[in-house]
Design a protein around this ligand. Structure first.
Ligand code: FE2
Length: 245
């Protein structure tokens, strides 16, 4: 049996990440997969990326990571993208404007150089890691889609199991085409009703059959709200209230 912890969408939320890491330590996984969106809209991007780099160095080939859409936004940020984001989603735009200033250049380079997707094989089980969907880094795999909609999104994937994040809402599909899709949820900006952190425990047996469990992890949301408000961002209150259940 191979045990895998799958995390996504940490979004610079140190408190949520540390509590999730405690739970992952109890699980004692053989592997960790990270599906991107390490940064944007939290309060401690440097801590989160540094911790990820340490995990990667510690676990070597047993740590896999891909890039998320907000990692890409920070990595390729310019004035035009900031303006466009401020117009469409003001609190995110103002956060982006500041995040590129507070994130250390070496950490921006780290997320810039990550691949958009990755295939891995575990005990013969073919798994694809994506951020949004196999065809687009920012496509939403929500819980309320039809079998045919999700099947279309994953039809070009060569994997039996597709692991994704991006929407910040955990869900799963066992499709008629025999593929399985699991959205692992978000560590740092969960959009579930209770706003607790979510990650996935995945167990793959010797024959490549698998089972999984979404883990719901509490953290001090008020502390995170205070950290975000203390950044003094324009529209910072809008950003902070997303952490209230
Ligand atoms: Fe995200």
């Amino acid at each position: 049996m191979i045990k895998i912890a799958v995390i996504s969408d940490i979004h610079a939320n140190k408190d949520a990440f540390l509590n999730v890491l405690n739970d992952i330590n109890e699980f004692n996984p053989d592997k960790i997969f990270c599906l991107g969106d390490l940064i944007l809209a939290g309060y401690d991007p440097n801590f989160v990326v540094q911790k990820i780099i340490e995990l990667k160095e510690e676990m070597k080939e047993n740590f896999e990571i891909i890039q998320g859409n907000t990692d890409k936004m920070v990595a390729y940020c310019d004035d035009e993208l900031i303006q466009k984001t401020i117009e469409s989603y003001p609190c995110m735009g103002y956060s982006l404007q500041d995040d590129v200033k507070i994130t250390d250049k070496k950490y921006i380079d780290f997320v810039k150089n990550l691949p958009e997707n990755k295939y891995v094989e575990v005990n013969g089980l073919k798994i694809e890691l994506v951020h949004g969907s196999p065809r687009r880094q920012n496509e939403n795999i929500y819980p309320d889609l039809t079998d045919s909609t999700v099947s279309e999104m994953v039809q070009d994937s060569l994997a039996e199991l597709i692991l994704c994040g991006h929407t910040h809402i955990p869900c799963g599909y066992s499709l008629n085409c025999s593929k399985t899709v699991i959205n692992v949820g978000s560590v740092g900006r969960s959009m579930t009703k209770d706003r607790n952190a979510v990650y996935l425990r995945l167990m793959v047996d010797d024959e490549g059959s698998f089972s999984s469990e979404h883990r719901i992890i509490k953290y001090d949301n008020q502390k995170v709200i205070n950290h975000i408000l203390s950044r003094g961002l324009n529209r910072g209150e809008d950003l902070a209230k997303m952490y209230i259940a």
